[in-house]
Design a protein around this ligand. Structure first.
Ligand SMILES: Cc1cc2nc3c(=O)[nH]c(=O)nc-3n(C[C@H](O)[C@H](O)[C@H](O)COP(=O)(O)OP(=O)(O)OC[C@H]3O[C@@H](n4cnc5c(N)ncnc54)[C@H](O)[C@@H]3O)c2cc1C
Length: 487
């Protein structure tokens, strides 16, 4: 493990990588075939349901099955997946997934209320977003009103305003998250850039305004992501009915609420390394990374609440899926940097988007308002270039990445120069699914989420990286598991 280093006598301390610890999973899955661990003779334990992965999807599934005998296995030392949080001198901050949409119907209101989550207290004060563009902040950038103020030519502004208007209007006729098909499948055939420039006739400078949003929320730029996916996400941003909500520690609060509601804690440092379908049960081969030993767990149903990149490594051909079934899932990687110190930076939005920069795409401040000389954190979101970012991340030092992000932050906001005292870096190797053109159509039309007693569940089963997708998929998996148990 890297030791903390001081970058210069007066520079900030840049700690070692935090976030995902890839070794336990890589040790299992990147072995040569002849070095693969063997299955023990028989199961050590039998349960009704085993959930692999204690991210939001897995914990949601376990929560909706809490009346049954459920075991949750998690490879990391803590639950949460990408919903991570940190705390600096008593100031909580999101170190991964940050915000959610204020519940927009009774079903969602009930879900949050049952978990005793106070969504009213989490409502974000306006403006929820601002765009930092050519040296200036433009508050409320995801609205017709906010876009109007951008320094672009009148023709571009007219078309952008029409675009904003259409986004807000389309929301009413678009299908909800969790639907089986795609309304307007034609929009999934090309990139968002194609849509903006070829269909709406906007110039590349307009496309570049949406580049940080696409990279941060959909894992890649407008030239790579499907127009359908980008429009779907942007609709929620531009919707006058939708409101942003965020807890100080981000979506890690949802994880804490789910953990509190579960009858048993997830078992951490338990890497599922194999799954096989038996006649009336499923067996899991588990590597206990703490105890350094393997065991077999048998369950009436297994929910693999892990990304498909991990699920495919677990499943043998007999389970029902072939490697080909998983090849069309692609993932981006991510770095989140917490710049800590007595920061005096002011920014109008909760989420502040930064146009035309490479080091990071957006940032939030915790707390949002300046406290006289008190501790604050600038959480900079730095999606890595797709698709080559993950490999680079494995070999890059936290110190180098921290320096790159700090240098850009200081260039944009010179006041930070003498204020940042410590930088904490979080990395996520397979951070989120990238909905490139054609992916969602194929996912919805052909992908099988269940074979026998094995159920696949994760936000990537929805094809879109957001917490609502993870929750919906967790709920679906719980329903399927219950049907199996009740057969
Ligand atoms: C940096 C970042 C910021 C984001 N911000 C937002 C946001 O503000 N709002 C929003 O709506 N969405 C956001 N998202 C997306 C959203 O948070 C995720 O889509 C969602 O939380 C994913 O949940 P999940 O359960 O599907 O997957 P994960 O969170 O990835 O959970 C999977 C879990 O499975 C475990 N696991 C994997 N393999 C194994 C194995 N073999 N054995 C045991 N365990 C295993 C992993 O360790 C992990 O804990 C963000 C994503 C990232 C990366």
């Amino acid at each position: 493990m890297e030791k903390p280093k001081i970058t210069s006598s007066r520079g900030p301390v840049i700690g070692p990588w935090r976030g995902e610890v890839p070794e336990p999973c890589h040790d299992q899955f990147l072995r040569a075939p002849e070095a693969k661990i063997a299955w023990p003779e028989g199961p050590r334990e039998k349960v009704e349901v085993a959930v692999v992965g204690a991210g939001l999807a897995g914990l949601t599934a376990a929560y909706h099955l809490r009346d049954r005998q459920v075991v949750v296995l998690e490879a990391e030392t803590q639950a949460g997946g990408v919903c991570l949080s940190g705390s600096y001198q008593g100031v909580p901050y999101p170190a991964g997934s940050a915000y959610f949409y204020y519940p927009w119907n009774d079903e969602w209101r009930k879900w949050y209320r049952d978990l005793e989550l106070d969504t009213d207290a989490a409502l974000v004060a306006d403006p929820s977003s601002a765009l930092y563009f050519r040296g200036e902040f433009f508050p409320d950038c995801f609205s017709e009103r906010g876009l109007k103020k951008l320094p672009l030519s009148p023709q571009v502004m007219d078309e952008l305003r029409r675009f904003a208007h259409d986004l807000a209007a389309w929301e009413a006729e678009w299908e909800p998250l969790g639907s089986e098909g795609l309304i307007h499948p034609e929009l999934d055939r090309f990139s968002f850039q194609h849509y903006l420039e070829k269909i709406r006739g906007l110039p590349p400078e307009a496309t570049s305004l949406f580049a940080p949003y696409c990279a941060s929320c959909l894992g890649a730029g407008p030239e790579t992501v499907s127009a359908w996916a980008a429009l779907y996400f942007l609709m929620s941003e531009f919707s006058p009915a939708n409101r942003t909500a965020a807890f100080p520690e981000g979506n890690a609060r949802l994880i804490q609420a789910l953990l509190k509601a579960l009858p048993a804690e997830p078992r951490v440092q338990q890497v599922a390394a194999g799954v096989r379908q038996e006649k009336d049960a499923v067996q899991l081969l588990v590597f206990d990374a703490g105890q350094k030993r393997t065991y077999c767990l048998e369950a009436g149903a297994v929910i693999l609440a892990v990304g498909k990149f991990a699920a495919q490594k677990l499943l043998s051909a007999e389970a029902g899926w072939s490697p080909e079934d998983f090849r069309f899932f692609r993932y981006s990687s991510y770095v989140v940097a917490a710049l800590c110190g007595p920061l005096s930076l002011e920014a109008p939005g909760y989420e502040n988007w930064v146009a035309e920069e490479r080091a990071f795409t957006d940032f939030i401040l915790a707390p949002r308002l300046v406290r006289d000389g008190g501790p604050r954190v600038m959480v900079a979101f730095a999606p890595q270039p797709f698709p080559q970012g993950r490999e680079a991340l494995l070999h890059l030092s936290a110190r180098k990445k921290g320096r790159e992000i700090l240098d850009t932050a200081i260039r944009l906001f010179p006041g930070l120069k003498n204020e940042v005292e410590e930088i904490r870096l979080y990395r996520f190797g397979h951070a989120q699914i990238v909905p490139y053109p054609g992916f969602l159509t194929r996912l919805k039309q052909t992908f099988k989420h269940q074979h026998g007693r094995i159920i696949l569940s994760s936000s990537d089963s929805e094809g879109l990286p957001c917490i609502e997708a993870a929750i919906i998929q967790g709920q679906k998996a719980a329903r399927l598991a219950r049907e199996l148990l009740e057969r």
